[in-house]
Design a protein around this ligand. Structure first.
Ligand SMILES: Nc1ncnc2c1ncn2[C@@H]1O[C@H](COP(=O)(O)OP(=O)(O)O)[C@@H](O)[C@H]1O
Ligand SMILES: [Mg+2]
Length: 165
């Protein structure tokens, strides 16, 4: 089974999946596309490589956890979306470019990745990482991956933050 761990940048995808590296095959898509030359040019503004999703789909193993903010756009069997309250996300993104931070807080507040995921598959789970340690998040990812636990989406609501409450 291919499982995507997605979420707005800063929600903790890389840190929490690293904890599971002994137990699961973890593919950090950023590194994977560079190693396998599956990039499709460079986005100067975002200072990141564009991913050739078609070629990635062909190359990826059929079993494993793929972590990236675009992993939910791949051919995957299950999606786990990491969420984080925008106020806390701001802390986690500190040091990054102002405009990039603003864009990410907004994307998180409007459930962008969750909605994109639900448009593609029904097997979507959501973890609110705001008040969870990386280890707790890793444990939940593990349990959802094996099917032991289900975390149906719809538990988080950042609309209050959007409204300035
Ligand atoms: N559960 C958590 N609690 C507190 N801080 C976290 C948590 N998960 C990640 N962080 C911190 O937030 C920042 C972004 O984490 P990272 O794993 O790089 O996110 P992503 O891969 O989703 O962009 C890092 O500084 C990391 O240490
Ligand atoms: Mg990352």
């Amino acid at each position: 089974m291919r499982i995507a761990v997605s979420g707005t940048p800063g929600t903790g995808k890389t840190s929490s999946t690293e904890i599971l590296e002994k137990k699961h095959l973890i593919i950090h898509l950023n590194e994977y596309v560079k190693e396998n030359e599956l990039t499709e040019g460079y986005d100067e503004e975002r200072q990141s490589y564009l991913v050739d999703l078609g070629s990635v789909n062909t190359k990826l193993p059929d079993e494993g956890i793929i972590e990236s903010h675009v992993s939910h756009l791949l051919d995957v069997d299950r999606v786990i979306v990491l969420r984080c309250h925008p106020s806390e996300l701001k802390n986690r993104l500190s040091g990054r470019d102002e405009e990039e931070i603003r864009e990410n807080l907004e994307a998180e507040a409007i459930d962008k990745i969750l909605i994109e995921s639900l448009e593609r598959t029904n097997d979507v789970h959501e973890i609110d990482t705001t008040n969870r340690s990386k280890k707790e998040v890793a444990e939940l990812i593990d349990e959802i991956s094996t099917g032991a636990v289900q975390k149906e989406p719809g538990q988080v609501d950042w609309s209050g933050w959007l409204l300035g409450e």
